[in-house]
Design a protein around this ligand. Structure first.
Ligand code: THU
Length: 129
């Protein structure tokens, strides 16, 4: 996970965040072994902002295709510590390993914190089960 954390930190430097000033980066590794990154991209019409996680996930689908599955994912905000927002958790779930086994890392208390998606989003929305 440490390499993904570094790649997420690097991606955060590319954030377009003139409105919040919060630069976020995400890096994910797929089951197929590819790595994709994303940063947050804000907009003057605030609701159009895309989070770093969704940017990375959509990048992964565009490059790898609709069967992409996320093995592990790291999100890093420069100068802040937070896990993926609720919207991004739901999008991660769409491309998660079975039973929410995808691992999610973020910086917490000055150290990497790793949890499974099922623990971050216990009651995922799904109409497929
Ligand atoms: N943001 C992310 O990129 N990921 C999250 O999980 C939470 C929030 C971004 C959106 C916005 O550009 C900034 O952080 C402040 O909310």
């Amino acid at each position: 996970m440490s390499e993904l954390i570094q790649q997420a930190t690097d991606a955060a430097a590319n954030a377009y965040a003139p409105h919040s000033g919060i630069q976020v980066g995400c890096a994910l590794e797929t089951v197929a072994g590819n790595t994709f990154t994303g940063c947050n991209v804000e907009n003057a019409s605030y609701g159009l902002t895309i989070c770093a996680e969704r940017n990375a996930i959509f990048h992964g689908v565009a490059e790898e295709g609709p069967m992409m599955k996320i093995a592990r994912l790291a999100v890093i905000a420069l100068g802040h510590e937070f896990p993926p927002c609720g919207a991004c958790r739901q999008v991660i779930a769409e491309f998660s390993l079975n039973d929410g086994a995808t691992e999610i890392a973020w910086w917490k208390g000055g150290a990497p914190n790793v949890v499974k998606l099922r623990d971050l989003l216990p009651s995922v929305f799904s109409f497929q089960k």
